[in-house]
Design a protein around this ligand. Structure first.
Ligand code: SF4
Ligand code: SF4
Length: 444
């Protein structure tokens, strides 16, 4: 697509990444439906990268929707809010998705009334940068593309790291997922308002990146952005439909030809990247005074009626799957996220949390691992120019430090190597294991 303020950039990374079947047709045309309030929500008090939040409520306590139930556990952390009004019926423990350590889970029985705390609206012109950052932090915002890094931290870069580019990430390159696509079509005004808020914190040029397979979203966002106050600073760019185009480092390299240093962040090369749903949440928190209690989720795969839903956090996956006609015969796995980077859940009852953009129901068809045939496909498809096959060899030999010497920290865990391996070697699993073991070695 070309025209207006839309540019197509299709260079760099030749041959890198993969072209999985996108399978988005089943839900890309389905509007986001508001999912009914669940009877009980299950809220883990750690839903972000960084420090877990600290529990603030007791069993038996009455809470309102939007009330803080756990405070941020440090600067790189975010509060958690009640997502229904009702009574705290139980506090139990579960495994934290990121650290693997046990965390408290708050169960709230809904009273069905959805009574909210008072929401304090604001006008952007009346807010200082400190006010904006506080509203973002208080709102519990984290990266909603799946990374869950606290948003206030990203939007307050250190003084020695000047930012010249904000990338709004609407690429949504993972197969099956269409929740961000629908957000752009249905909440475009709020997303543009969120961009205006971000530019007050980081007055940089904005590149709004959307994969070329979403022409309706490109058209919509171009139209809304060009008629907004931030319009002249925003360029909507159609990026090639190629996995993992939506990875932060891939986008930075592709759009700006800048390489994020090993172990570094986009801010090291003057860039902040925010996912579109996060940008909408920035509008909600800063302008509407509304904390993060829900998100758009795609339910796809082996269900009768797939769709997109606005879901309160803490809603069990099973409730959504049943609403969509239940798992089809033979389905035995639920993944939160897409098939490339998503996390397989140990139960159909796992609750939707801040980073859950998709519930994918599927049949686990894992094939037995065979020996490496040294075809180098994993190397030629790695978007980060790494040597994935070496990590498998090092991991099998427990040579964790060798993985570090071969730049394993630069791996974005995109899964392109596993996807392209003809020997069905679960390369990413070896990489995750090696990273965890390397962290232990380094902390000694
Ligand atoms: S080594 Fe990492 S970055 Fe490279 S393809 Fe594999 S998962 Fe992706
Ligand atoms: S793609 Fe698989 S078989 Fe080929 S070199 Fe990499 S690990 Fe070995």
């Amino acid at each position: 697509m070309d025209g207006g303020n839309v540019n197509v950039i299709d260079h760099l990374l030749p041959g890198k990444g993969v072209h999985p079947e996108y399978r988005k047709e089943a839900t890309s045309g389905r509007s986001i439906e508001r999912f009914p309030l669940p009877g009980v929500v299950h809220l883990p008090v750690a839903q972000n990268l960084g420090a877990p939040s600290k529990l603030k409520v007791k069993r038996g306590e009455e809470v309102l929707t939007g009330q803080v139930i756990a405070e941020a556990g440090g600067y790189v952390s975010a509060p958690i809010h009640a997502t229904v009004s009702g009574k705290v019926s139980k506090i139990t423990q579960d495994v934290h998705f990121a650290s693997g350590k046990p965390v408290d889970v708050v169960l709230i029985d809904s009273d069905g009334r959805d009574q909210w705390v008072e929401l304090k609206k604001a006008s952007l012109k009346d807010l200082s940068t400190d006010d904006i950052l506080k509203r973002i932090w208080d709102g519990g915002l984290v990266g909603m593309g799946g990374a869950t890094f606290p948003t206030h931290v990203k939007l307050k870069p250190p003084a020695d790291k000047p930012i010249d580019t904000l990338i709004v990430n609407g690429a949504e390159c993972e197969p099956w997922i269409t929740s961000d696509h629908r957000m752009m079509l249905e909440y475009g005004r709020e997303i543009v308002s969120g961009i205006e808020v971000m530019r007050k914190l980081v007055p940089a040029t904005v590149i709004f990146a959307i994969e070329g397979n979403k022409p309706d979203a490109i058209e919509k966002m171009s139209e809304l952005a060009s008629s907004s106050r931030a319009g002249k600073h925003v360029e909507v760019v159609a990026v090639p439909t190629r996995y993992p185009m939506g990875g932060e480092k891939t986008l930075v390299q592709h759009l700006l030809d800048r390489e994020v240093p090993i172990g570094g962040l986009p801010l090291d090369v003057g860039v902040v990247v925010q996912n579109v749903s996060t940008v909408k949440a920035i509008h909600d928190a800063v302008i509407e005074g509304r904390p993060l209690v829900e998100r758009a989720v795609t339910v796809a795969g082996m269900v009768e009626r797939p769709g997109n839903f606005m879901v309160r956090f803490g809603t069990p996956a099973r409730a959504l799957i049943d609403h969509c006609g239940g798992p089809a015969i033979g389905a035995n796995e639920v993944i939160f996220g897409g098939p490339m980077m998503g996390i397989s859940q140990c139960s159909f009852d796992s609750p939707v949390i801040k980073g859950t953009n998709c519930i994918l129901v599927k049949r686990n068809t894992k094939r037995p691992e065979r020996g490496c045939i040294r075809c180098a496909r994993c190397i030629s498809h790695c978007p980060m120019d790494l040597m994935p096959t070496m990590y498998v060899q090092f991991a099998k030999a427990k040579r964790w430090e060798s993985c570090g010497e071969y730049f394993i920290d630069d791996c974005i865990e995109c899964g392109s190597c596993s996807y392209s391996c003809p020997a069905s070697i679960p390369i990413v699993q070896y990489i995750k294991l090696a990273k965890a073991e390397l962290r232990k070695v380094r902390s000694k």
